[in-house]
Design a protein around this ligand. Structure first.
Ligand code: FES
Length: 259
């Protein structure tokens, strides 16, 4: 486990309550796998808990990484006030990200995301495209105004959107958008990140496929010591076998754990 006081390169608001922060530091050399996360300690004395935020982009040539997060409490609100040149204590990269060895050049990857589950899928999509994989994205958001990185994703592959209020793309949830894919479209691998409802929709369709999803969980230590983040294995009839999302996940094979 590595830790560093990283430097903020920039902070930008992408949408209401959604912020993009660029960080630089030696730790970037350790970042390789999409959907690993950083555990950030906001530099304010009354905020003692770290915040786990997934890595949205790794830019090794500039020794920078990008995180995209939603302001939903004191910690993330304080984080959003940091400016270029400010410092932040970062642990990571933590967790097991998406496996890239499950797909080959020339094959098809379906990338499914919802809301603030979308950011780590950007680095994933970038790495897949660099490998020669053809990517199709299906994303769900609450409304058009909270969509971010639309042009960036479109440069990587097709993007199908749904919004809860119908303000952009298909009116409805991601499962409905998945139903509109061509019936002869069969992905070689599926990757997903989003709400429990979204993951259940993915599980219903792709449980017996080569599919992986990233689980969200409340975390404390972020490195397997406190059991704050456990989920349960599906193939254990006693329901007693727990897995820690922070260090055995956050990415699991679809069907491996109980949602
Ligand atoms: Fe402590 Fe996962 S957050 S074990």
């Amino acid at each position: 486990m590595l830790q560093e006081i990283m430097t903020v390169v920039s902070q930008e608001q992408l949408a209401p309550k959604i912020f993009e922060m660029r960080l630089t530091g030696e730790l970037v050399k350790e970042m390789q796998t999409p959907d690993q996360f950083l555990h950030l300690l906001v530099p304010r004395k009354d905020l003692i808990l770290r915040r786990p935020i997934s890595i949205a982009e790794i830019i090794p040539e500039r020794q920078e990484c990008v995180i995209i997060y939603r302001v939903d409490g004191d910690g993330t609100a304080a984080m959003s006030e940091l400016m270029a040149g400010d410092k932040i204590d970062v642990m990571g990269p933590l967790g097991n990200g998406y496996p890239l060895d499950k797909v080959k050049p020339g094959e098809k990857a379906l990338i499914i995301g919802g809301g603030i589950g979308v950011p780590p899928l950007y680095e994933l999509s970038k790495q897949l495209v660099a490998m020669g994989v053809k990517v199709q994205h299906v994303f769900g958001f609450a409304t058009q105004e909270v969509i971010f990185y639309e042009e960036k994703f479109k440069k990587l592959g097709d993007v199908l959107y749904s919004t809860d209020d119908g303000s952009y793309g298909l009116h409805g949830h991601v499962g409905m958008a998945l139903d509109t894919l061509d019936s002869d479209y069969v992905p070689d691998v599926v990757y997903a990140c989003g709400s429990r409802g979204l993951l259940m929709a993915v599980e219903n369709r792709y449980e017996n496929s080569n599919a992986y999803f990233s689980l969200e969980a409340r975390m404390a230590c972020g490195m397997g010591a406190c059991y704050a983040c456990v989920c349960h294995k599906k193939d254990d009839p006693t329901g007693a076998t727990s897995m820690k999302v922070c260090d055995e996940g956050p990415v699991f094979k679809v069907g491996e754990v109980v949602l």
